[in-house]
Write a protein that binds this ligand. Structure first.
Ligand SMILES: [Ca+2]
Ligand SMILES: [Ca+2]
Length: 126
């Protein structure tokens, strides 16, 4: 019940104007992007640490989730995961299909094929 209420709350506020650079430092974002420039070298845990997200508050992590959920349906799907790096830096590469699938399998605890806000938070904080 509480989860449903929170979900509705999240949806209502998902269209606030936010940007990743207001949450994370550009230097940290650059470092994280550079670290996974080589094809198939992306590791979500390393990335979250390097960009400084693991040190952010639960609300800030939720804000980041909503930015990555670019169509605003409350879930990060595989197609949004492929664009993951570009949300941090427009010039960054796409994640490969394999990287997006690995990312999804690490994050998707309830196996519904997409990443919910709770799953994203659990992944970042773990
Ligand atoms: Ca989505
Ligand atoms: Ca899921």
């Amino acid at each position: 019940m509480l989860t449903d209420a929170l979900k509705m709350y999240d949806t209502c506020f998902s269209h606030r104007i936010m940007s990743l650079s207001s949450i994370l430092s550009t230097d940290a974002i650059d470092r994280a992007i550079k670290d996974c420039q080589a094809p198939d070298s992306f590791n979500c845990k390393t990335f979250f640490q390097l960009c400084g997200l693991t040190k952010k508050s639960p609300q800030e992590i939720k804000d980041v989730f909503h930015i990555i959920d670019s169509d605003g349906d409350g879930f990060i799907e595989e197609k949004e995961l492929r664009l993951f790096l570009q949300q941090f830096s427009p010039g960054a590469r796409l994640l490969s299909e394999k990287e997006a699938k690995t990312f999804l399998s690490v994050a998707d605890n309830d196996s519904d094929g997409k990443v919910g806000a709770d799953e994203f938070q659990a992944l970042v904080m773990s």
